[in-house]
Design a protein. Structure first.
Ligand code: UT7
Length: 337
């Protein structure tokens, strides 16, 4: 019998501090009106405090996932963390998260694919389930974007925020879970969205710091054009080759980078706004966190058998789409019972 990788639970965590458009108006030359109409964002969360890395949020999200699903940490076989803002260059943030939740029997590694990282990690984790090798895989998407955002760069500082989400993958023999994927990269897009220094090509120096090269650099308008075309193309491709129409799709789960990119993707797929997961207004662009944060926010609205189309575009360039058949009905929300 064919084994597929089903999502059997979700967890999420966002920090308490809310950075509003009103506060950004005091930091850079911008307005709430510009940010809202150009991006759809009203506020984002920021992880404050000394020595607080991405793993802090990842651990809280995974702990919630373990609690919600009644899973023993020691039963986890593998934990993958998709992140662009690891705690350190090495070791992997995934290792720190595994240790933090007590997943002592798991092996762990990080995945770097910028904003598409969660999809790449989900597809990778699914392979270990589909092959029959492992039974419990956790995939985390987490970023502390505030650690690489230049808060003097008004075009980019307004879009990013911090947050973490995660899912548990387990085997299904009922045809639920990840059913198809299209994942792509194009390294010629490197110069439009990247961090100029801090890697092996341009190690940190007094000069790189003075030049503000340790911040995210983005030519937003160029990235925007590539994102609209490529994210919509792969999402439409996944729908077509699985013979899915608008009626068959319960939700589009798009990377939350800019509401205008999300709207364009939904239009191209012929999917109405009521079927588009959206929380960019509250969290901004949390890079690897966006898609699992959407799944967590909409978990109570999802039903077993729902067809979801996940789609993302990010630096690199990287992009992709995954067809996911949801595997469970809502369980009582622990916060409302
Ligand atoms: O998540 C990974 C992939 N990333 C993305 O998908 C992000 C894609 N890009 C975007 O979302 C948008 O390009 C941004 C939100 C980053 C920027 O919006 P834009 O509409 O592309 O702005 P722009 O950089 O082309 O600038 C247009 C104008 C400029 O003014 P002039 O030269 O036309 O007078 C900017 O100076 O808007 C100005 N501007 C602002 N004005 C007020 C740029 N940022 C701001 C701002 N407030 N925050």
């Amino acid at each position: 019998m064919k084994i597929t990788a089903a999502v059997t639970g979700v967890g999420s965590y966002v920090p308490d501090y809310v950075l509003t458009n009103a506060e950004l108006e005091k930091m850079v030359d911008t307005t709430d009106e510009w940010i809202t109409t150009r991006t759809g964002i009203k506020e984002r969360r920021i992880l404050k405090g000394e020595n607080q890395g991405t793993s802090v949020m990842g651990i809280k999200a995974v702990q919630l996932l373990l609690d919600k699903t009644g899973t023993n940490a020691t039963d986890i076989d593998l934990l993958i963390c998709a992140t662009t803002t690891p705690d350190m260059v090495f070791p992997a943030t995934a290792n720190i998260i595994s240790a933090g939740v007590g997943a002592a029997n798991a092996f762990s590694f990080d995945m770097q694919a910028a904003c598409s990282g969660f999809l790449f990690a989900l597809a990778t984790g699914a392979q270990y389930i589909q092959s029959g090798m492992y039974r419990k895989v956790i995939v985390v998407g987490a970023d502390k974007m505030s650690s690489i955002v230049d808060y003097t760069d008004r075009a980019n500082c307004i879009i990013f925020g911090d947050g973490a989400g995660c899912v548990l993958l387990e085997p299904s023999t009922d045809g639920l879970g990840l059913l198809d994927q299209v994942l792509r990269t194009d390294g010629t897009g490197e110069q439009y969205l990247y961090q100029k220094a801090g890697g092996s090509r341009r190690p940190p120096s007094a000069e790189t710091v003075a030049n503000r090269e340790h911040f995210l650099y983005q030519e937003g308008a160029t990235v925007f054009k590539f994102a609209v075309t490529n994210m919509a193309n792969v999402a439409a491709q996944v729908m077509e080759r699985n013979h899915l129409t608008n009626d068959d799709v319960a939700f589009l789960v798009p990377h939350q980078a800019n509401k205008r990119i999300i709207d364009a993707t939904a239009n191209r797929m012929g999917v109405g706004p009521e079927k588009v997961m959206l929380n960019i207004q509250r969290y901004g662009n949390t890079t690897n966190g966006t898609i699992p944060l959407c799944l967590a926010d909409y978990e109570q609205q999802l039903r077993k058998g729902d067809n979801l189309i996940l789609a993302a575009f990010g630096g690199g360039f990287t992009w992709g789409s995954i067809f996911l058949k949801w595997a469970y009905d809502p369980k009582p929300d622990p916060q409302t019972v």
